[in-house]
Design a protein around this ligand. Sequence first.
Ligand code: HGY
Ligand code: MN
Ligand code: MN
Length: 420
Amino acid sequence: MTNLKIDAARLWDSLMETAAIGATPDGGIARLSLTDHDRRARDWLKAQCDALGMAMIVDEVGNMFAVRPGRRPDLAPIAMGSHLDTQPTGGKFDGVLGVLAGLEVLRTLDEAGFQTEAPLMLANWTNEEGSRFSPAMLGSGIWAGAYSRDYGDSRTDADGDSFGASLDRIGWRGEAKAGSVRFGAMFELHIEQGPILEAEGRQIGVVQGVQGIRWFDLTLTGTAAHTGSTPMNLRRNALVGMAQVIEGIDRIARSHKDAVGTIGFLQVSPNSHNVIPGAARATVDLRHPEDAVLDRMETEIAALVVEAAVVNGLDHRLERVSRTAPVVFDPECIASVRAGAAAAGLSTRDMISGAGHDAVHAAAVAPTTMIFVPSKGGLSHNPAEYTRSEECAAGAQVLLGAVLDYDRRKAERRQEARQD
Ligand code: HGY
Ligand code: MN
Ligand code: MN
């Protein structure tokens, strides 16, 4: 392992510089996918990659891939990456740390004049959060073939604006076919977004995989009517039905060990003081490490929806919008993360990810793994999200070490194969 060291101050400066793009008064970031803020962050990243002389490939759903040549242009690149879009109540680190740590690795190698055998790649994936356009991890999902480009383009936000029109409006639809840009491995550094590393005083999470995730669109339809002149027994109140579903989903999730279930998005129509809600729309988010448990939860929730609809005289539609099975990351990539952490003298903890990441879809196509650093108070998707500078630097140092270790191991493997 080389004794190359990332520049912690430069990484922190880049984090704070990009945090200004879409900054909110409470110290967070609201940089929703395919908005002008997203465009400015993309423009910023491209300028940094241009300064390093890296060619940038952009695919037809806006995924960005910057390439640093290696000694062997014939080899598949080793990728690093994550996402620049945020939640509306986003923090300064979710996603962006993984992109900027990859940039810091490239800057460090460039300064040292160090060339890897395989090319290196830095990826920024479109629409990871899925807040403005559901589902989450949409750009990497289209790249991996989980969704079509047309499906992605058709997704609309709460105002009815489409993914496709928004991507064209910000001018970041590239020429490359989605999925045409390939890499040989991907390492994603990310904040843990949970309490474990901090609680156990461990510096690096060696991520083994990601739990299963399912999102559903739920619509309950009743009758909008006057709140003053409609007797209670004649109402078809969609919001009352939705309230019963919301409470029921929380109860069902609590009844399955290690499961989580949430309704985080709710639209009420017409949302007027003196009109009985005629329609209610929500997104259901279910997660668990085992698909079989998610199957059982899905069955229970479908029955819950029918019951709430019958009791309140409502029409109902429950549509599964996305489903990612539990993912197990690549053992060789994990071994390189361990080597990177050991070289940096950092304590580690094996864990699986509660949150979804683009690495979920990357893992379907190429050997992939993730590296976690602690989140203060386990908080994320909140303006108070925080990871200390030295923790960000530790993660970037492990990312550097892992990529170099992986490059070296692969070169040794090729050498051995030639000698056989
Ligand atoms: O939903 C997730 O887990 C990720 O933050 N998009
Ligand atoms: Mn993220
Ligand atoms: Mn997130």
